[in-house]
Design a protein around this ligand. Structure first.
Ligand SMILES: N[C@@H](CCC(=O)N[C@@H](CS)C(=O)NCC(=O)O)C(=O)O
Length: 225
C-alpha cells in the first residue's frame, strides 16, 4: 500500500492543519513525501507557493499517481476525506448519515471555526493593522482556543455517541481535529481548563502510533527540546 512517490505534501513542522493530514496518512499506513514551507520565513506567500495554493496556506497535497489529476488539493478536511476515500480502511467516518454529519460537525468546530483564528496571517494582520502587541495576541489565542474547546467539551460530554473516541470507539476525523488543536496549544504553551473529556480522548489518541508519530515536536525542522 505504501508508495512514497505517490503523494507530495506541502507542510511545516508545527502546523495544526498539516498534522491532521499526517495522522490520516499514518492511520492508513501511507507515507507522503513532505516539502517544507517555512511559515516563519513567510514562504507560504512566495510566488511559487501561491501557484500551488492561492490562499497561501498549508497543507497542499499533490497526487503523483499516473492518470490522476495533478491539481493540488487544499483544505485539510477535504484532504482527510480524499485520503479516506482513496484508502477506505480503517474508516475515518462512521457509516450512518447522522453519525457522519456529527463527526463532520465536530471536526468543523475546530478546523473551521477555531483554528483559522490563530493562524500566522491573522496574527500578521492584528499585529500590524490591528495594532495588537504580544500580550493582546496571546489573549486572543487563549480566548479562541478556550471558546472552541469548551464548546467541543460540552458536546462530547453531553452526546451519547461519544465513546473512547469522539464518536464510538475508533478514531475519526473528529479525533484528528481535536488532537490537531491540542498539539498546537502545547507548542504555544496554552492550557484550557474544564475540558476533561477532550483530554481523555487526547490521551486515547496518543496511545496510537499514528498520532504519536505526527507530533509536531517529532517533525523535521522542529526546535530541539
Ligand atoms: N482551513 C485550512 C487552514 C489552513 C491554514 O490556515 N494553515 C496554516 C497552518 S496550520 C497556514 O498555512 N497558515 C499560513 C498563514 O496564516 O500565513 C485547512 O484546514 O487546511
Amino acid at each position: 500500500m505504501n508508495d512514497p512517490a505517490r503523494f507530495e505534501l506541502f507542510s511545516f513542522w508545527r502546523t495544526s492543519a498539516t498534522y491532521r493530514v499526517r495522522v490520516a496518512f499514518n492511520l492508513k499506513g501511507v507515507q507522503p513525501q513532505e516539502h517544507n514551507v517555512d511559515l516563519d520565513a513567510g514562504e507560504q506567500r512566495s510566488e511559487a507557493f501561491l501557484k500551488i495554493n492561492p490562499m497561501g496556506a498549508i497543507p497542499a497535497l499533490i497526487d503523483r499517481d499516473p492518470g490522476r489529476s495533478k491539481t493540488p488539493l487544499t483544505q485539510s478536511l477535504a484532504i482527510l476525506e480524499f485520503i479516506d476515500e482513496t484508502y477506505p480502511a480503517p474508516a475515518l467516518l462512521p457509516t450512518g448519515a447522522h453519525g457522519r454529519a456529527r463527526v463532520r460537525s465536530l471536526a468543523a468546530m475546530l478546523a473551521a471555526d477555531t483554528h483559522p483564528l490563530i493562524t500566522p496571517r491573522v496574527r500578521k494582520y492584528l499585529t500590524t493593522a490591528g495594532h495588537f502587541d504580544d500580550a493582546a495576541w496571546r489573549a486572543w489565542q487563549i480566548h479562541w482556543f478556550t471558546t472552541g474547546l469548551q464548546a467541543f467539551e460540552q458536546r462530547l460530554a453531553g452526546e451519547p455517541e461519544t465513546g473512547s473516541f469522539c464518536h464510538g470507539d475508533t478514531p475519526t476525523i473528529a479525533d484528528i481535529c481535536l488532537a490537531s488543536i491540542v498539539v498546537v496549544m502545547r507548542v504555544f504553551k496554552i492550557e484550557v481548563a474544564g475540558i476533561p473529556t477532550v483530554m481523555r480522548i487526547m490521551a486515547a489518541c496518543e496511545q496510537l502510533e499514528a498520532f504519536a508519530k505526527a507530533d509536531p515536536r517529532k517533525q523535521v525542522g522542529a526546535p530541539q527540546a
